[in-house]
Design a protein. Structure first.
Length: 275
């Protein structure tokens, strides 16, 4: 009861300005959450390394680079390489330009930027402002809320409305396959994070239970890197740069050059007849 009273006084009607991790420090040591964040970072690093070595992701990537270099028709000068790198970063990475579908691109951008803001602000609050003794800037807490909510909305939009097997094939949105592990874990973790933070800063009795579920889902998200699509975010920029360089040097991504007179395929059309 004392904790709830103190929390409500601390809130002052501004729930979204309160650092939930600092509030948590009243019941558990900040070192526990800090250790958890470090462990999750280690899981990502170890899982990505496993992906590179065990799955041969790096070997496959460099084989493509080698083939592209062998097929090149010109050497790209340094200045042009820099230009390709800048263009790749702006178009393929920051703007997700590889998605032609506007809705899919927006959902991806919401998920990507929401995740980055959410993770970075979490780390800053957990390590920089772990207790109520070090007041957290309201803007930082606001960013955390914006990040996690945008992340969750992006995941829901993709999961229920954009997935190919749902939007095009009419399958149930609750149908899951192994490839869905990453987005499901991300969606559940973000959702439980929102629920826990709300319960924590309002002093609700169920906050401890919600915290347990939140940490469990987050552990699944970061611990499943070797079996999910999590690590693709690290490979994507390099793959996009290699693709654009292959086009710049004439290697054409190991694809054959276009014919001078490409074949024109007629499209059969059926005309309605009224009998």
């Amino acid at each position: 009861m004392v904790l709830i009273k103190n929390t409500k006084e601390h809130l002052g009607g501004k729930m979204f300005d309160v650092n939930p991790f600092a509030e948590l420090s009243q019941s558990i040591s900040p070192a526990i959450m800090q250790g958890f964040v470090i462990a999750m970072g280690a899981c990502v690093a170890g899982g990505t390394l496993f992906d590179i070595i065990h799955k041969g992701s790096a070997k496959y990537f460099f084989s493509l680079v080698k083939k592209g270099a062998e097929r090149r028709s010109r050497d790209v000068p340094f200045g042009e390489k820099v230009s390709v790198a800048v263009s790749t970063t702006a178009h393929d990475v920051l703007a997700s330009g590889e998605f032609c579908n506007v809705k899919r691109r927006l959902a991806h951008l919401m998920t990507m930027y929401g995740f980055l803001v959410y993770v970075i602000s979490t780390a800053v609050m957990v390590f920089g402002y772990p207790t109520l003794a070090t007041p957290t800037p309201a803007i930082l807490v606001n960013l955390w809320w914006i990040g996690v909510v945008v992340l969750a909305l992006g995941c829901y939009w993709f999961w229920f409305f954009i997935r190919v097997d749902v939007a095009a094939e009419g399958n149930s949105p609750f149908r899951m396959v192994r490839a869905d592990l990453f987005v499901v874990a991300l969606m559940v973790s973000a959702t439980l994070g929102i629920i826990w933070a709300y319960l924590q800063v309002t002093g609700n009795f169920w906050s401890t239970f919600a915290l347990g579920l939140y940490l469990l889902s987050t552990a699944v998200l970061f611990g499943s890197v070797p079996w999910s699509k999590f690590s693709h975010m690290f490979f994507k920029p390099a793959a996009a740069y290699q693709k654009n360089m292959s086009m710049a040097n004439g290697g054409r991504r190991n694809l054959p050059a276009p014919s001078a007179k490409p074949s024109v395929y007629g499209k059969a059309q059926r005309h309605s007849h009224n009998y």
